[in-house]
Design a protein around this ligand. Structure first.
Ligand code: PGA
Length: 252
């Protein structure tokens, strides 16, 4: 393993009431300890402050929001800014999740602005990319994912790009119980790293954390994490259960 951070991030999506969320945070705290892995909890906006209070003295747990607006502030009813997120303890922001791209029509263009703004504020993007089944079947997935990264991130200068964590999440594997094989994940992660190398150089490429996401479970995490270019996971369903999530963390 190179000089890069290993991360297991949970994406809670739109699940858990406030009290249920705090109970889950407490359970995760009680079942984990400091190790090589940074644990990131991608909680709903309203859970951030409470979760930040509970994890204040736990350096290996960080918090992420699941979205953030690209503007500083203003008349954008219902939206949340990077400054607001930082003020309640978020360190990371998940950007460009396939559900945001699909249901909320987030384009590479708007995501490029979100990434740039978040980084300028000191919020670290977990930037999602990944192809649908149709794209994979047409064997154009490598170019498709490359285009998401080129259009969404490659306008950043090297220093800004160094703040980004990438999450490769094939859409056909999200919430379906179907996981990419460790070999499929490794191949795509390696391609992503090569693309980064071409743009930003070898050192930046080696230092970039690339997570895999899509039906990561306790029983497949170890094989995925054993791949050279897989530096952790973005976990949806299994992050809602403390035992499963902790088992994934412990798979490193
Ligand atoms: P899943 O979700 O683990 O439930 O497939 C992953 C994600 O959406 O990030």
């Amino acid at each position: 393993m190179e000089n890069r951070k290993q991360i297991v991030a949970g994406n809670w999506k739109m699940h858990k009431t406030y009290d249920e969320g705090m109970a889950l945070v407490n359970e995760i705290i009680s079942k984990t300890h400091e190790g090589n892995v940074q644990v990131v909890l991608g909680v709903p906006f309203i859970h951030l402050k409470g979760a930040a209070d509970l994890t204040a003295n736990i350096p290996y747990i960080s918090l992420a929001s699941q979205n953030c607006h690209e503007k500083e502030s203003g008349a954008y009813t219902g939206e949340v800014s990077a400054d607001m997120l930082l003020s309640v303890g978020a360190e990371y922001v998940i950007l460009g999740h396939s559900e945001r791209r699909e249901h909320f029509k987030e384009s590479n263009e708007v995501l490029s602005k979100k990434a740039e703004h978040a980084i300028s504020k000191g919020l670290l993007p977990i930037f999602c990319c990944g192809e649908s089944l149709r794209i994979r079947k047409a064997s154009i997935h490598v170019d498709f994912v490359a285009n998401q990264l080129i259009e969404g991130l490659f306008h950043l200068n090297k220093e800004a790009f160094a703040k980004v964590v990438i999450a490769y999440e094939p859409v056909w594997a999200i919430g379906t119980g179907e996981t990419a094989t460790p070999e499929q994940a490794q191949t795509m992660h390696q391609d992503i790293r090569k693309l980064i190398e071409k743009k930003y150089g070898g050192q930046t490429a080696q230092n970039t954390t690339i997570l895999y996401g899509g039906s990561v479970k306790p029983d497949n995490a170890r094989d995925l994490f054993s791949q050279t270019d897989v530096d952790g996971a973005l976990v949806g369903g299994a992050s809602l259960n403390a035992d499963d999530f902790v088992a994934i963390i412990n798979s490193f």
